[in-house]
Design a protein around this ligand. Structure first.
Ligand SMILES: Nc1nc2c(ncn2[C@@H]2O[C@H](COP(=O)(O)OP(=O)(O)OP(=O)(O)O)[C@@H](O)[C@H]2O)c(=O)[nH]1
Length: 273
């Protein structure tokens, strides 16, 4: 299965990110706790230079706790990182103190010049649908940034003062995912980072069902068997029928993917090592 992505979009994003970076003191990078490797783009490190960066694994409520712990242990070698849930609010209280620590040098430089400290300016970056708006809303304590369950909903450009210590840039830089590896593309599609129009839902659902089986992930019925037959079962169970009573496997696949993304099949981490 190949997923189309547009080089023009990448070039534009890179330009936008570089422009915005000059205005910020630190960057919060959001990655998906279900795919901590596949949801990050290595080009970011290159763009950031020595700008302080905090890595947050979001959607920990949908990932397997034991894997989140393992991932964080390995990722901390590259800098500060912890898990959050932008929806439940878990872990968000750690963000401000961590950013203050990361930018302490800037604060003492300002103090050294006799300047009053100003809030830390932070840009939030991450791939589409990773939870950037949800995080900003939670931290701002209100519905200040639009959220949605379709990738690419964020528009506009605005600073949001969270409190006297932090200001967030409300046009979070979108990162393009790294698609060269087809497995990465599938995982991004399975977790909802890619628009549904650009991949084949049936093919993806069959791949995911097989992946779950091969990795011994226990899932509730009717998902426990594998392949096309299961799409038939899912369709029958969910009432996805066409004229003549035949199962609509395309609709069944979409239903299955929707349930997986919402965590109805339990918590799952797709990136493992
Ligand atoms: N379960 C769960 N869902 C989350 C979490 N954070 C965000 N979401 C959901 O993920 C979807 C996308 O969230 P947004 O905040 O709109 O993501 P975004 O990164 O701003 O999206 P773009 O505007 O496409 O870049 C929404 O349906 C959120 O409710 C989380 O921690 N847990």
């Amino acid at each position: 299965m190949s997923i189309q992505w547009f080089p023009g979009h990448m070039a534009k994003t890179k330009r936008l990110l570089t422009e915005q970076l000059q205005w910020v003191d630190a960057v919060v990078e959001l990655a998906d706790a279900r795919i901590p490797a596949s949801s990050r783009n290595p080009v970011l490190a290159e763009l950031l230079g020595n700008k302080p960066r905090l890595l947050l694994l979001n959607k920990t409520d949908l990932a397997e706790e034991v894997w989140t712990k393992r991932w964080l242990e390995s990722l901390r070698g590259q800098g500060p990182a912890f898990g959050i849930s932008a929806v439940s609010g878990r872990g968000l209280g750690r963000i401000t103190p961590e950013l203050a620590k990361l930018t302490a040098e800037r604060a003492s430089r300002l103090a050294g010049k006799g300047l009053r400290p100003r809030p830390i300016r932070v840009m939030v970056v991450g791939i589409p649908n990773i939870g950037k708006s949800s995080l900003i809303n939670q931290m701002a304590g209100g519905s200040k940034a639009k959220t949605g369950d379709k990738p690419g909903i964020t528009r506009g450009n605005q600073w949001i003062r969270i409190h006297d210590k932090i200001e967030l840039l409300d046009t979070p830089g979108l990162l393009w995912p790294k698609f060269e590896d087809p497995e990465v593309g599938r995982k991004l599609a399975a977790t909802g980072a890619v628009r549904d129009e650009v991949f084949d839902a049936e093919e993806l659902a069959v791949w995911l069902l097989t992946w779950l089986k091969e990795n011994n992930v226990r899932v509730p019925p009717p998902y426990e068997s594998r392949g096309q037959a299961t799409l038939e079962e899912i369709g029958r169970q969910r009432g996805c029928l066409m004229a003549g009573g035949r199962v609509d496997t395309g609709k069944a696949a979409q239903e299955f993917l929707r349930e997986f993304r919402r965590g109805r099949l339990g918590r799952n981490t797709l990136d493992r090592f």
